[in-house]
Write a protein that binds this ligand. Structure first.
Ligand SMILES: Nc1ncnc2c1ncn2[C@@H]1O[C@H](COP(=O)(O)OP(=O)(O)OP(=O)(O)O)[C@@H](O)[C@H]1O
Ligand SMILES: [Mg+2]
Length: 398
């Protein structure tokens, strides 16, 4: 009989090892699926480092959730181990440029990451030094401790400017470091990022470029299967993973989303007290994953940037079958949203820029059309996200 003190469940009936489905979890050897070609190409580019020579600078592109960060870290880790076996002192430093957006913060993170104050006697305080002092300390640390260092600049498009890329990619030839070789791996999910880059930086940073394609349903299934031991035996319905893979592949080919869907499906089963993770839970989980993903995409965007998207969502919801909406139409709806919100509307030109930004983030797609001599050419805009999701997230209270 229940003694009444079972307020909490002690044994999780669904998950055996939920960490495997956390996004921060780094899958180990054998659990990276479907990226053999990308991994060996990347390894090839940085291979000289294991002999203490300069690795190629690399830029990795690909949409969100295609395994860029994962593969870059994995290859760097393996490189450091292999170099060690060859008697070469190597390491890598990882910078999340979404967090360290300024040149100073990024250099500080690198210098701190590669330093060992006991060994070098060099201090790298969190803040308070000038950018050039941080650089000087970084160069000294590198020369004192390493033969080769790889620097991973993840979400590189979030950097305020290109200055750090210039410094890092030219450190060797500019004589800033003498004993240590440096390689930079830049990672971005913005295909157009390179167009924004300074020509000189482009030529030194983009020695090798790789594009990671979205995963297909089979690959997503394998990725999820490889983590199915996150669940207890026999808890997963056999159709659950294939269904989640099909949904995630159809929309974005995003492994992060696929894994989120699987985790949420398990949580839904848990909250309903269901003994199994059934296929129907996947549909509900997808909605939640989609909402999360979109919320993350527009985090930090300005009110007007949101009104523009809201306008496009409203248009899409009332005209389901249209292949996009002209700028003038989006602008009309945007103006009426501004009136409702009691806010002055921006100029048509600014709204055009905001739409371009959304296209850059892959939230919308733009297409050019020619209306013949009478009309001239015009642009149409279409949401790539589910308009219901967009509307829901944008009307949430902040
Ligand atoms: N081939 C794979 N095998 C196993 N797990 C994978 C694979 N690809 C991605 N994942 C998992 O999916 C999630 C997203 O991958 P990752 O962070 O590498 O994506 P990304 O391309 O860097 O995306 P973003 O551009 O959003 O940063 C991570 O949890 C990662 O462990
Ligand atoms: Mg990443």
């Amino acid at each position: 009989m229940d003694t009444g003190d079972d307020l909490f469940t002690r044994d999780d009936p669904i998950f055996a090892n939920k960490e495997l489905l956390e996004i921060s979890h780094l899958p180990g050897e054998g659990r990276i699926v479907g990226r053999d070609d990308e991994i060996s190409a990347l390894a090839n580019a940085v291979n000289p480092a294991i002999f203490g020579q300069s690795p190629s600078n690399v830029l990795i592109y690909g949409k969100t959730g295609t395994g860029k960060s994962l593969c870059a870290k994995y290859v760097s880790q393996r490189l450091v181990e292999t170099a060690g076996e060859e008697g070469v002192n190597a390491t890598f430093a990882y910078v999340d440029c979404a967090q360290d957006t300024t040149e100073t913060q990024a250099v500080q993170t690198i210098a701190d990451g590669v330093n060992d104050a006991d060994e070098t006697g060099i201090k790298v305080p969190d803040k308070g030094l000038s950018t050039s002092t941080y650089y000087k300390r970084l160069w000294r640390i590198l020369d004192a401790r390493y033969d080769v260092v790889l620097i991973l600049l993840d979400e590189i498009d979030k950097l305020d400017d290109d200055d750090i890329l210039m410094q890092l990619s030219r450190a060797g030839e500019a004589g800033k470091i003498s004993g240590c070789k440096l390689g930079v791996i830049g990672i971005s999910n913005k295909i157009q990022y390179k167009d924004r880059m300074d020509e000189r930086v482009k030529s030194s940073l983009c020695e090798r470029e790789f594009v990671f394609p979205p995963y297909d349903a089979n690959q997503l299934r394998d990725i999820m299967e490889a983590r199915s031991d996150a669940f207890r035996d026999d808890v997963l319905d056999p159709s659950t993973i294939p269904r989640a893979a099909a949904l995630a592949a159809r929309e974005h080919g995003d492994a992060r989303k696929a894994i989120d869907i699987l985790r949420y499906a398990g949580e839904i089963a848990q909250s309903k007290g269901a003994p199994k993770v059934k296929e129907v839970f996947v549909t509900q989980a997808r909605e939640r994953a989609e909402t999360d993903r979109f919320r993350e995409l527009i985090r930090g965007s300005t009110p007007h940037s949101r009104y523009v998207l809201q306008a496009l969502a409203l248009l899409s919801l009332s005209n389901r079958r249209k292949d996009g909406f002209r700028t003038s139409r989006v602008y009309e709806i945007y103006e009426s949203i501004c009136r409702q919100e009691g806010s002055d509307s921006l100029s048509l030109r600014r709204v055009r820029d905001l739409l371009k930004e959304h296209a850059f983030l892959d939230i919308i797609e733009q297409s050019k059309h020619s209306g013949g001599s009478a009309e001239g050419s015009y642009t149409k805009h279409q949401l790539l996200e589910d308009p219901e999701v967009v509307k829901e997230v944008l009307t949430e209270s902040p």
